[in-house]
Design a protein around this ligand. Structure first.
Ligand SMILES: [Zn+2]
Length: 147
């Protein structure tokens, strides 16, 4: 594994964990269709929000490169960036749970994050996504561009 010398120890640890997660994702890669995605969101709502978030449609979109997910609460629609495809399931689930929570609470205030505490891998998933963004910005990392 190529690790740039200027990485701090914390960055290095994060980088290694991102790469391990990537490997795990490749092993268990399976693309969900939009209807499976909607079912999955319904299950997550039942599991973490007592079914209070009611997604009507959940689908992949390819025109969303700066956000991992978005939602329109009035329509109950959730969109996930295709960039999440191939990431570990717990990361995709986190983004789904995040958007489901927005069907209940707009914005990112304390009430929102209290809802997110129900999902046990929130912190890990956020770290993974931050790692992906950081890795995209690092030059000279062939491993980050391999695909
Ligand atoms: Zn949000």
């Amino acid at each position: 594994m190529l690790i740039p010398a200027r990485m701090s120890e914390a960055e290095e640890r994060r980088w290694v964990s991102v790469m391990l997660d990537k490997l795990a994702a490749q092993e268990s890669r399976r693309l969900l269709g939009d209807s499976e995605l909607t079912e999955r969101a319904e299950r997550l709502s039942a599991q973490y929000f007592e079914g209070r978030a009611r997604p009507v449609s959940v689908r992949w979109v390819t025109n969303q490169n700066t956000r991992w997910g978005s939602c329109t609460p009035a329509e109950g629609s959730i969109r996930l960036s295709h960039r999440l495809q191939g990431m570990p399931e717990y990361v995709v689930d986190y983004v789904l749970v995040h958007e489901l929570a927005h069907l209940l609470v707009p914005g990112h205030g304390p009430r929102f994050w209290r809802l997110l505490e129900a999902y046990p891998r929130t912190e890990r998933a956020r770290g993974y996504l931050e790692g992906v963004v950081a890795a995209d910005r690092l030059p000279h990392l062939p491993v980050a561009r391999a695909e």
